[in-house]
Design a protein around this ligand. Structure first.
Ligand SMILES: [Fe+2]
Ligand SMILES: [Fe+2]
Length: 174
């Protein structure tokens, strides 16, 4: 994935170290979002495969990432950002539930899958370009240090760098 796809700025190079583990997680979500968007131009069988792959990534990585964000970020966020993040997580969880139902259909629907991919991509881009920026700009250094300790534990809990496929971990960034 090129830099433009992942965000205007490279998400982890300039990111405060406290947010880097969550930014690394975003790579998995962006790859899935791209596949979902592209599948709008594929056939039903290919869309089912893409949706199955998304559901795997959801269960394994994305769902856990949402829970971690909800655990460590809200107290550092501006009210409007907090509200938006939580609202979009709720919506994406609903869409993931629907994805599990659509997976069993002959064709899960190109427009629907494009919509899911765009929603996931836009959520991640907004976190990288707006919400994480706000946290870096406004949180006091002590709070960011505490966040660093929490996200270091998150990083250790992730399978990347522990022998799982480099593709999911985005080896380019490690
Ligand atoms: Fe999120
Ligand atoms: Fe996120």
């Amino acid at each position: 994935m090129d830099q433009k796809t992942a965000g205007q700025r490279h998400p982890t190079l300039k990111r405060h170290e406290s947010l880097q583990p969550l930014s690394r997680d975003h790579y998995v979500g962006l790859v899935q979002a791209q596949h979902l968007i592209k599948s709008a131009d594929a056939d039903g069988a290919q869309r089912r495969r893409v949706l199955a792959e998304f559901l795997d990534a959801w269960a394994r990585d994305i769902c856990v990432h949402f829970e971690d964000e909800e655990r460590v970020l809200p107290e550092l966020m501006e009210a409007a950002d907090r509200e938006r993040m939580l609202k979009e997580h709720v919506r994406l969880r609903e869409l993931a539930d629907e994805a599990a139902r659509r997976r069993r259909q002959v064709d899960p629907g190109g427009d629907w899958m494009r919509g899911l991919g765009e929603m996931l991509r836009d959520h991640i881009r907004w976190e990288e370009r707006v919400a994480f920026e706000h946290i870096e700009d406004s949180a006091d250094p002590l709070r960011l240090e505490m966040l660093s300790e929490q996200t270091a534990m998150i990083e250790r809990s992730r399978p990347r760098g522990r022998g799982r496929g480099r593709s999911a971990a985005g080896g380019r960034r490690s």
